[in-house]
Design a protein around this ligand. Structure first.
Ligand SMILES: Nc1nc2c(c(=O)[nH]1)N[C@H]1C(S)=C(S)[C@@H](COP(=O)(O)O)O[C@H]1N2
Ligand SMILES: [Mo]
Length: 250
């Protein structure tokens, strides 16, 4: 355990103490394994030091970026997506299933009639660009409550309609982020309906994490106990390829 005094000594001491207190790194462990355990350390240290329920900074209208670029998929480009888009997503449904007592199938209309949260926040992409935009959507926690999340659920997985390099895009977050007040399922951006390059009809905003966690083109939300059985088992598209870490707290 880390004493309060240990934490107060300085920002770096908590990490050092954790390293000392944790299992010694096995010599035969692969480089990737070492990186993964380092990620765990970072995550635990950050959780101890930071209040994960604290709000991300919100900005004024005047701070909004004149241009908000798109990144990753800018159009899923499948015949099904094209068909849904042509019909203004009237035939699109958000499925909410997995470890829930009441699986849901929600239309865009239903999501738009749920309580609205609007927030002006800064999006930080790991590739080194940021942009401030205004987002409109329903708090994810309300949707999970409506689905009656099971007490066994530990992660929320977002399945997307696009593929990159032949693999479906997906992401996941834990329940702390899922029920954070600024975590919303956004159907609007900058006072307009969400546009295709930004993830129409629905994308995640999880403001305490880096850009790649903000799943666009969501079609299904799945509550799970473990990420092991989902695609590559590491909780996300970039996590599975080993490019980025699962916990991307900022
Ligand atoms: N489905 C899906 N979601 C995604 C991506 C993607 O390629 N597909 N790219 C991610 C990355 S790396 C970033 S920075 C943001 C970009 O969001 P934007 O296109 O609205 O700027 O979406 C994230 N969510
Ligand atoms: Mo990104």
């Amino acid at each position: 355990m880390i004493s309060r005094r240990g934490l107060l000594v300085g920002g770096t001491s908590a990490g050092a103490l954790l390293l000392g207190g944790c299992d010694r790194l096995n010599q035969s462990e692969s480089y990737r394994g070492v990186l993964r355990s380092a990620e765990g350390l970072t995550m635990r240290a950050q959780r101890l030091i930071m209040d994960r329920n604290a709000l991300a900074r919100e900005f004024r209208e005047a701070d909004m970026s004149p241009i908000f670029r798109s990144n990753g998929t800018a159009d899923p480009g499948t015949p099904l997506y094209q068909q849904l888009l042509t019909g203004n997503f009237a035939d699109w449904r958000l499925r909410v299933d997995g470890l829930v007592a009441r699986p849901l199938s929600l239309s865009l209309q239903q999501l738009r009639s749920m309580p609205l949260r609007t927030q002006i926040t800064r999006h930080d992409c790991v590739e080194g660009w940021s942009a401030i935009g205004k987002w409109h959507g329903v708090p994810l926690g309300l949707v999970l409550d409506a689905a009656a999340l099971s007490t066994r659920a530990r992660y929320i997985v977002f399945h997307c309609m696009d593929q990159l390099a032949g693999r479906p895009y997906y992401e996941s977050i834990d329940l702390i982020d899922a029920f954070h007040p600024q975590t919303i399922l956004a159907w609007g951006m900058n006072d307009r309906v969400l546009q295709v390059p930004h993830g129409a009809p629905l994308r995640l905003r999880v403001e305490r994490q880096l850009g790649y966690k903000h799943a666009k083109y969501i079609e299904r939300i799945e509550a799970v106990e473990s990420l092991a059985g989902i695609h590559g088992g590491r909780g996300g598209f970039w996590e599975d390829s080993g490019d980025y870490e699962w916990y991307a707290g900022i």
